[in-house]
Design a protein around this ligand. Structure first.
Ligand code: FAD
Length: 383
């Protein structure tokens, strides 16, 4: 058993740490969060450093990295901001779908632009009536010559309004068929005629943003259909393990950042003539947070390692997503408590992590659905 990162992975980690220090300093982070704006220059810096190339094979211009390499990057970006990490990982997850399920022409058409940072991808699954129940989605795409006419609405589409964002929209191409057969994946530019976007007022993730997307008679060229007609469910499922393992890295990075903030505050803040960290109640909270952070990392590295080895690891990955997301929300809550009033003040970063952490147990599959899946995998069949 080897728990060390390789020399290359340590170098990668250092590169990301330095890049984030340079392009996402604390004052700027606070401003982007407050003004709900996204730093396009940071995305360009990720592209320039080759980070968007990392998990793609060399044949398409990638660097041939695996899930552990990607987890290293997402962990470090998330230590700075789990909000910003979504712009990075969302693009990569959708790009990997194109790699897995796209034709040669589609890979050539889309991947170089993604890898260069010219376009971003956003994931458009959820709708007003289709949350955990993905099969209930209603957006339709009807074939009309060499186009599809798309009508419907997407909800909570993270990053849909960013510059040059392409929405990976899951649509019904056959309403009569079971959703596993009647669903397809279409790539829709966020500025195509008939696409309307509204940035939603959310508790957290304010910089990348979560959008409502209205699609009215949008004419989408048929060559933007990935995975063939009816292949949408397959596309969705093909990336699930990878995505959840990497999202566990984001939760772990956010948790570590909260713990670091809480430790330094507990050392410095003096009440009753002594640092608050010396009060047993605060010290014990920090000790519990430390254990949860370490457990999160163990779940996460193991999940990423199993994905990198191409093993079917649905159970381990589900555990990682469930545990790390709940731990992040719990740790951030304790972090606020340790900082007292300062924990809730916008001039301090704890409240941002607290707000961003809250979506971890909801986005990319709620904790309840993870428990359903886990219980099923343990042989407890739920309805
Ligand atoms: C910040 C944020 C970003 C997001 N980004 C994206 C994105 O980029 N793209 C995208 O497509 N979606 C995105 N989502 C949507 C996310 O995937 C959904 O919110 C999630 O799947 C839950 O759906 P819902 O909110 O409709 O809740 P519902 O499915 O309505 O669930 C409500 C409650 O019921 C519980 N519940 C539902 N079904 C069951 C069941 N069978 N058993 C037990 N409990 C159940 C849930 O766990 C939850 O507690 C995002 C959400 C958030 C909060």
């Amino acid at each position: 058993m080897d728990f060390d990162l390789t020399e290359e992975q340590e170098m990668l980690r250092n590169t990301v740490v330095k890049l984030m220090q340079r392009h996402a300093p604390p004052e700027a982070l606070r401003r982007w969060d407050r003004e709900r704006t996204f730093p396009e220059e940071l995305y360009a810096a990720w592209a320039e450093a080759g980070l968007l190339r990392l998990p793609f094979p060399q044949e398409v211009g990638g660097l041939g990295g695996d899930a552990v390499d990607l987890a290293v990057v997402v962990y470090e970006i998330s230590r700075v901001s789990t909000d910003l990490a979504m712009a990075f990982s969302g693009s990569i997850f959708c790009g990997l779908n194109v790699l897995r399920k796209g034709s040669e022409e589609q890979k050539q058409a889309w991947l170089p632009r993604l890898l260069n940072g010219d376009i971003k991808f956003a994931i458009g699954i959820s709708e007003p009536d289709a949350g955990s129940d993905v099969g209930a989605l209603r957006t339709t795409a009807v074939r009309d010559g060499d186009h599809y006419i798309v009508n419907g609405q997407k909800l909570w589409t993270t990053g849909a309004g960013l510059k040059n964002s392409v929405i990976s929209a899951y649509v019904k191409t056959d309403r009569a068929a079971h959703y596993r057969k009647g669903m397809s994946l279409l790539l829709i530019d966020n500025n195509m005629p008939g696409v309307e976007l509204r940035k939603l007022g959310m508790l957290g993730r304010r910089s990348v943003g979560t959008y409502e997307v209205f699609l009215k008679d949008v004419r989408v060229p048929a060559d933007r259909l990935i995975g063939g007609e009816g292949g949408g469910w397959d596309c969705l499922m093909s990336g699930l393990q990878y995505e959840r393992a990497v999202s566990a890295a984001g939760n772990s990075g956010g948790s570590q950042a909260v713990l670091d903030l809480a430790i330094s505050y507990a050392r410095e803040r003096v009440q009753f003539g002594q640092p608050i960290g010396s009060f047993q109640s605060i010290g014990h909270m920090l000790a519990d947070m430390q254990c949860d952070v370490e457990a999160s990392k163990l779940f996460m590295w193991r999940a990423a390692w199993l994905v990198a080895k191409d093993r079917d690891a649905l159970k381990e990955i589900t555990q990682a997503k469930l545990f790390t997301s709940e731990a992040y929300a719990k740790i951030a809550n304790m972090g606020v408590q340790i900082m007292g009033g300062y924990g809730l003040n916008e001039e301090f970063d704890m409240q941002r992590y607290f707000r961003d952490s809250r979506s971890a147990t909801i986005a990319a599959g709620t904790s309840q659905t993870q428990r359903n899946l886990l219980a099923n995998l343990m042989g407890m069949k739920s309805r």
